[in-house]
Ligand binder design. Sequence first.
Ligand code: CP
Ligand code: NVA
Length: 303
Amino acid sequence: MKHFIEIESCTPEQLKELLKDSSKLKKLYKSGKRDLCLVGKTLAMLFEKPSLRTRISFEVAMTDLGGHAIYVKPEDIGGIGKREPVKDIARVLSRYVHGIMARTFEHRTVTELAEFATVPVINALTDWSHPCQAMADVMTIAEHCGKLAGIKIAFVGDGNNVARSLAFACAKLGMKMVVASPKGYELDERTIRVTNEISKGSVVQTNNPLQAVAGADIVYTDTWVSMGQEAEKQKRIADFKGFQVNAQLLKSASAKVKIMHCLPAYRGFEISDEAAESANSIMFDQAENRLHFQRALLKKLMS
Ligand code: CP
Ligand code: NVA
């Protein structure tokens, strides 16, 4: 594994190994011990979009492993691919740092960085996918459910970057996912087709949220308005009516169902405050596991 761009291009064995290492590093972290495997190593973190979790968890992970992280906001470098071509940024950074992490609008920007960099490149969210989130989510599910095989996730909302990466994680790791979205906001057909080629019946699309949550172990949601879609906000809020994760919807789910959200959560829109704050919610465990998964990932790619 040279880069970490897509769950789709990882083997189940690679994903399982990363999950195992994440748990090991989490235990070590909790016991107050450190693994200084990245002493003298630097990670450049390029952002075109805002971030709380990704930025801080990657920076803390680098510090904890003995390395250093440099946060680069778009203005600092005159925009990714604007002041100079993406391929030049990739080659220049490769002469200075030991890894590049990037959060971009276009997915192509991250794949182009990976194509031209001679150091590992990590996808920290693009309009297309969010693989670090999906892996932290899977780690959280394993902790709460004690297994992954056979777990059923109901993803209620937009068939977006978060849903797509989670769908591939489900297909690769033996879970089932039902995506419930309004018409026009479904997961793309290729993702449905390829996930089902990886594991038949692993990912199913519906327009009925009540049906999706029935029998689910996990109910997962994400914002209706992803970063970059702000101009569509009013239309989206209208189109997603009936897709809020709230007490009413959860009546169709088991009383033990876990509620997940990658955060940030827009309470009153995709999720009610009550559902977000309920004892079933495990969203802050998910947020914490970003740190532990990424420590394992950085160790794997950069040490
Ligand atoms: N879930 C997530 O990626 O959060 P940030 O946008 O705050 O990084
Ligand atoms: N789908 C959201 C995820 C934020 C972490 C977005 O892309 O804005």
